[in-house]
Design a protein around this ligand. Structure first.
Ligand SMILES: Cc1ncc(COP(=O)(O)O)c(C=O)c1O
Length: 359
């Protein structure tokens, strides 16, 4: 059972909005079904908390969000390739133009149908999405390529924002500033969750926050300033005593070296509990850790409950997998990944229970 605290998401939004430089707006990133937590519930909660601009990745996500939020500004990061300009304009969606071809096609549409706003993504060091420096130079030399429609935002994305001392941060900041100087004036945005914590220079006119809203630590290696949003519980299916010399699970990968008690819980990699966390991490039963032992199966995980009070370790009882003490970043460490992947992997099969959201 995945419990999602909508009030914690709203509080995280407000906390970040208070932190950003005066005049900078805070936009919410709700792509990938709000990082796996359910856009249908999360986006309205964020709107109630004050979010007016939302970013998604795909046109389908944007169309679904438009149904939920008729008046919000909704931008599609993956750009115009996701659909025809008319598909965006019909639902008042804002495409993020990622190359000069997309700029030309939006301009052509605007010339025929009137100038709906678009955003422009400049690549300042990720070589992923956005206009290359050469394309940006061409645009600077020929600003008429942008005539006929308004630029709602010029954005870029930081490659190394989670590492404050990384030289890429300053390099991208400088490249972004230089590009802005050469382009027609428009509101600007560089920072996502971790970028906010690099300081006011990185905030420009808008910050685009995803992971931190959902409780991922935007300052890895330092205390998490965000509130935890998810709690995850799974049911115990079976409990057994296992003798020394026996093995547990696939590949006989965990050998029992002393008489032990093993509980099998209803959760596996099909639920998003990643296989790479085999032998690592722990569940908690009545607050007491029960280490994960053996491989992660598709629907099952085995935990060592030796020494636990038998009254708490019974089929049908819940164990805690994610809570205030062991959050998504801890699970990510055990699975050798990042909190983002834990969040977006969970929740496809778990029943989701929402808490809060009334305010
Ligand atoms: C362009 C862009 N902006 C903002 C975000 C949000 O990033 P974060 O979840 O780190 O806040 C992303 C996420 O991948 C992104 O690709």
């Amino acid at each position: 059972m995945l419990e999602i605290d909508l009030d914690a998401i709203a509080d995280n939004f407000k906390k970040l909005a208070e932190r950003v430089a005066p005049g900078a707006r805070t936009a919410a990133v709700v792509k990938a079904d709000a990082y796996g937590l359910g856009m249908a519930k999360v986006a309205p909660a964020l709107a109630r908390a004050g979010a007016k601009t939302f970013f998604v990745a795909t046109l389908d996500e944007a169309l679904a969000l438009r149904e939920l939020l008729p008046r919000a500004q909704i931008a599609v990061l993956n750009g115009l390739v996701m659909g025809a300009p008319a598909d965006f304009a019909k639902a008042a969606l804002v495409p993020v133009l990622n190359d000069l071809g997309q700029v030309a096609s939006w301009q052509g549409y605007a010339a025929r149908r009137g100038g709906a706003p678009a955003m422009l993504h400049l690549d300042t060091g990720m070589a992923r999405l956005g206009l290359s420096p050469r394309e940006t130079a061409k645009l600077a030399a020929e600003p008429s390529l942008l005539s006929g429609f308004s630029l709602a935002l010029i954005l870029s994305h930081l490659a190394c924002a989670a590492e404050p001392a990384h030289p890429m941060n300053e390099a991208q900041l400088e490249a972004f500033r230089a590009a802005l100087k050469r382009l027609p004036h428009a509101p600007a945005s560089l920072a996502a969750s971790s970028g906010v914590f690099l300081g006011g220079d990185f905030h420009f006119d808008m910050v685009r926050i995803g992971a931190a809203l959902y409780g991922v630590n935007p300052t890895p290696g330092r205390p998490n300033p965000m509130s935890q949003v998810v709690r995850l519980k799974a049911k115990i299916l079976q409990v057994r005593d296992v003798d020394r010399g026996e093995s547990v699970g696939y590949g006989a990968a965990h050998r029992i070296d002393r008489p032990a008690r093993i509980a099998t819980i209803a959760m596996g990699y099909a639920d998003g509990w990643l296989r790479s966390s085999a032998h690592r991490g722990a569940a908690r039963i009545a607050g007491k850790p029960a280490p994960v032992v053996g491989q992660i199966s598709m629907d099952l995980v085995t935990i060592d409950v030796t020494g636990h009070d038998p009254a708490t370790v019974r089929p049908g009882n819940y164990v805690d997998l994610l809570d205030e003490r062991y959050g998504v970043d801890d699970a990510a460490l055990a699975a050798q990944t990042i909190g983002y992947e834990i969040l977006t992997s969970l929740g496809h099969r778990f029943s989701r229970v929402y808490r809060g959201g009334a305010r």
